[in-house]
Design a protein around this ligand. Structure first.
Ligand code: NDP
Length: 490
């Protein structure tokens, strides 16, 4: 592995308002060149403990407890300003570190700022309620922050996932220990540079790095943490639920999926072909809600597969920083190997319309061709397991009933989409789909104002909008006796 000394930057963990040295570091790569672009400090168990204690102290006895909701909102607005002022740098870093096209990274960074602004605005809109108890009492509810939140995020939308976690937590008055994915910690570490300037007292937000099985696990089991907010794979989600059980932490899980994208024969043709490709190939297919099961009505099936394959030939693979690029490399060698093993499996389980390997034009980088498998049976592994790469499984169906049955025949329930011009059919399918989000005649748009999260094994809890803030709040009931007479029971 060659390293370019010029480009390698060192990052330290951010604990209690300080960047701290560590005994060990790990390398971070550019997946397009396979070169090391940064070195990042590892937080061992002792450092995780320091970070949690800093968050605990900030929550229990620091100035944060008396920081007003208005001021928490202002802090988030300042963070958003910093992100917007540094958007070009952040987008470039995100693109280099993840392999995603720069144009997509620019959208992500804009969404990061919007997320902070949204929760900045929501911070002072949280209110309790008065409860209709009998006349001799007054009962009302107060909303209070959950406490210290351990937040663990994946590598596909690094800074955006950090914003989805930090925004509502700060607005609610929680303190945070955030652990980015080991492959992509760089933009979150850049954000750390602005936390103090934005007005966050030391310890309110700590950002620590390391491997999930050690650094992440130490956070999940730490008795000083009240809540774990996790985004990642279902497999790790299950480990986290078990590990959090001993301390009965609140847990929210945003996990993966195998989302159905359903096309009826009466769908708008051009929009449908486009939507099938966009649904599965955006961000190299490294999307939790990827429409990786493409269900197509038999009447249009053959023509649709052909049209998809024809259009997919035009997807421009290239260096992430080129503005022409529509698909970059996968995030890491590990992910490249994983996706490659599914490509081999797919060839034995179905027919290949396009792709199926590594594009010849790249000597380096973890590039994979956009791949479309068709005549896939829904029982095949490529139709059941999350591949998390640019791999589509096209499945034929006959009529609405069969479409719904196949769409729901999955352990996951994050997302789904339906394409038709028949409004009655569209809404019948919407009602029948067991998923946390269903799009009609589109797939993937996500807005901070609307909820995000899964049914079934795609997790529990919701992010974004007021729903995301709810997950960081406790409800306290206050009962006031208005009757001066003794209880008179004994
Ligand atoms: P992983 O589940 O492998 O990892 C997610 C995070 O968990 C990483 O920070 C990882 O650390 C950490 N981790 C791993 N093991 C443990 C452990 N035992 N204890 C505590 N933390 C641990 O997912 P990926 O990073 O591979 O991300 C892809 C997955 O994320 C996909 O399944 C995707 O669907 C899902 N996802 C879901 C979204 C949603 O909103 N529903 C959004 C985006 C992604 P490290 O890797 O650094 O070792």
């Amino acid at each position: 592995m060659t390293t370019t000394a010029k480009a390698v930057k060192s990052y330290r963990n951010y604990i209690n308002g300080q960047f701290v040295e560590a005994k060990e570091t790990f390398p971070v790569y550019d997946p397009a060149t396979e070169e090391v672009i940064a070195s990042v400090a590892v937080a061992d168990a002792a450092e995780v403990d320091r970070a949690v204690k800093a968050a605990r102290a900030a929550f229990d006895s620091g100035p944060w407890a008396t920081t007003t909701a208005q001021d928490r909102g202002r802090i988030l607005f300042k963070l958003a300003e910093k992100v917007r002022a540094n958007a070009a740098m952040l987008a470039e870093l995100e693109s280099r570190n993840t392999g995603k096209p720069i144009v997509e990274a620019e959208f992500d960074i804009a969404d990061v700022a919007t997320c902070f602004e949204y929760y900045g605005g929501l911070a002072n809109k949280v209110t309790g309620s008065v409860n209709p108890v009998p006349a001799n009492a007054l009962s009302f509810t107060m909303r209070e922050p959950v406490g210290v939140a351990g937040q663990i995020i994946p590598w596909n939308y690094p800074l955006l996932m950090a914003a989805w976690k930090l925004g509502p937590a700060i607005a609610a008055g929680c303190c945070c220990v955030l652990k980015p994915a080991e492959q992509t910690p760089l933009t979150a570490m850049e954000l750390a540079n602005w936390l103090e300037e934005a007005g966050l007292p030391p310890g309110v937000v700590n950002i620590i790095n390391g491997v999930g099985e050690t650094t992440g696990a130490a956070l999940v089991t730490h008795a000083g943490v009240d809540k774990i907010a996790f985004t990642g794979s279902a497999a790790v989600g299950k480990i986290i639920v078990k590990a959090a059980a001993d301390t009965l932490k609140r847990v929210t899980l945003e996990l993966g999926g195998k989302s159905p994208n359903v096309f009826f024969a009466d769908a708008d043709w051009e929009a449908a072909v486009d939507g099938a490709l966009f649904g599965v190939f955006i961000n190299q297919g490294e999307v939790c809600s990827a429409g990786s099961r493409i269900l197509v009505e038999k009447k249009i099936y053959s023509k649709f597969v052909e049209a998809m394959a024809e259009k997919a030939k035009r997807i421009k693979l290239g260096p992430p920083l080129s503005r022409e690029t529509k698909m970059g490399p996968l995030v890491s060698k590990e992910q490249y190997d994983r996706v490659s093993s599914y490509l081999a499996l797919g060839k034995s389980e179905a027919k290949t319309a396009i792709g199926g390997g590594r594009p010849r034009e790249f000597a380096k980088g973890y590039y994979v061709e956009p791949t479309i498998f068709y005549d896939v049976d829904n029982s095949a592994r490529i139709a059941r397991e999350e591949i998390f790469g640019p791999v589509a499984s096209v499945i034929p169906f006959d009529g609405e009933g069969e479409a719904i049955r196949i769409a729901n025949d999955t352990p996951y329930g994050l997302a789904g989409a339906v394409w038709t011009r028949d409004i009655y059919k569209a809404f019948r399918v919407v009602k029948s789909m067991r998923a946390g989000i269903v799009w009609v005649n589109h797939m993937q748009p996500t807005y901070v104002e609307a909820p995000w999260g899964g049914y079934k094994q795609s997790g529990f809890g919701r992010e974004l909008g007021p729903w995301g803030m709810e997950e960081y709040l406790e409800t306290k009931q206050v009962f006031v006796n208005l009757d001066e007479a003794p209880i008179g029971w004994y």
